[in-house]
Design a protein around this ligand. Structure first.
Ligand code: SF4
Length: 400
């Protein structure tokens, strides 16, 4: 997940007294966006740079941003910290540890909280994993993407299949929990190749898997290669079959399909990601990070500037954009996010927004006929097949 926050000059809505008086006792989550990678993968459109010479300055600016957020953090209990990017595992552990120490001095870390770090296999060995554990990292999110060399080469990844297997196995012993990212639908990938990846993850007993279908995002190298006819992605039907196979395989092996792309053994869900999907408050740090803050009746989303140079100039220069959500925007978010995590979307909640009165019933009948949804106790749940159309279904539901 890519995310961020800069606490620049605070507008009236962010006066600390306002925030503190109306935090409702909700636990807070924190995101840090580390915008550095060794190289850019062909399919990646995240905000990052591939020159590492600003790494130390970045952590100086991050300290300034974190200190500027002290009024927002004061008295808050934090349930999850997620360090993403970019590739946070390329950062010296001492810099991450120092930031975590600073953060923990400004708020209260809940006992047993989750501190997760996104990592690439090529950056890790046992001593580094031990150091990360000592620094407080409890959950590793490993960007393995595949356990097969052909796929890794097609994706332009720097690690080998052997490293992916070896580090996965060692990380299982080093951290409380482990998540592994897998990509399907790589150019030239057959259903059998995808099945081998899933079998490898199962044989390694990975407790959490994030499964993504490769897509050609605008302005990426992959998009240009496809446009020039150099490569092509498997067709929609093949990708859908791969995704369906993942759902069937993982659910039959005890994984809970708790979000469109995420599967967890009991007790291994991502607490930070769930907080975002459940619209709980979180603060983001680093360039391009987002925050979601609830102050009394108001809900505010803010985004940091996606410029490293502005970020390095200090919190005021890294000014963020922010908006107070309207009733309609809250409704749209709730529909999209609740469907993604399949927690059951209340039909009555939708009916209140059904302008024509009849259109919602007709739409639900259509979705039932297509076997995209189930209706239970007045709530809508997506079927495994329906997850493929989650955004389309949400879009239709908010349009009635
Ligand atoms: S390692 Fe991850 S964040 Fe970095 S370029 Fe590759 S996909 Fe993007």
């Amino acid at each position: 997940m890519s995310q961020t926050t800069s606490i620049g000059p605070l507008p009236a809505i962010f006066l600390p007294e306002v925030f503190c008086c109306h935090d409702n006792g909700e636990l807070l989550s924190i995101y840090l966006h580390v915008p550095f990678c060794h190289t850019r993968c062909s399919y990646c459109d995240f905000f990052l740079v591939t020159r590492l010479d600003h790494l130390d300055s970045f952590f100086i600016a991050l300290s300034a941003e974190t200190l500027a957020a002290a009024p927002l953090l004061k008295g808050r209990r934090v349930k999850a910290v997620h360090i993403g990017g970019g590739t946070p595992s390329l950062v010296p552990v001492r810099l991450l540890a120092r930031w975590l120490d600073l953060l923990s001095s400004l708020c209260t870390f809940e006992p047993g909280m989750e501190i997760a770090l996104e990592a690439n296999p090529e950056d890790l060995d046992v001593p580094k994993m031990q150091d990360l554990r000592v620094a407080g990292i409890s959950r590793l999110s490993l960007g393995a993407q595949s356990f097969q060399q052909r796929k890794l080469s097609a994706l332009g990844r720097r690690h080998t299949a052997e490293e992916a297997r070896e580090i996965t196995s060692k990380a299982l012993r080093a951290f409380d929990t482990l998540s592994v990212d897998l990509i399907c639908g790589v150019p030239g990938e057959s259903p059998e190749e995808w099945q081998r990846d899933l079998r490898a993850a199962l044989s390694l007993a990975v407790p959490h898997l994030s499964v993504y279908m490769l897509s050609a995002e605008p302005k990426t190298l992959l998009e240009r290669r496809i446009a020039r006819g150099h490569v092509s992605l498997p067709g929609d039907a093949v990708q859908a079959a791969m995704y369906s196979f993942a759902i069937e395989t993982l659910c039959s092996r005890g994984y809970e399909h708790y979000e469109v792309s995420n599967f967890a053994q009991p007790g291994h869900r991502s607490r930070y990601n769930l907080a975002c999907w459940m619209r709980e408050p979180y603060l983001g740090f680093g360039p391009s990070a987002h925050s979601f803050i609830r102050t009394g009746e108001l809900e505010v989303r803010r985004a940091n500037s996606g410029s490293l140079l502005r970020y390095l100039a200090g919190p005021p220069a890294a000014a963020s954009t922010e908006e107070v959500l309207t009733e309609e925007e809250r409704f749209v978010e709730k529909v999209f996010l609740t469907l993604r995590i399949n927690q059951g979307l209340d039909v009555e909640f939708l009916r209140k927004h059904d302008k024509l009165g009849q259109s919602l019933s007709g739409l639900l009948d259509l979705f039932l006929a297509k076997e995209w949804i189930l209706l239970e106790d007045g709530r809508i749940y997506l079927t495994g097949y329906g997850f493929l159309f989650a955004d389309h279904i949400a879009q239709e539901l908010i349009s009635v």
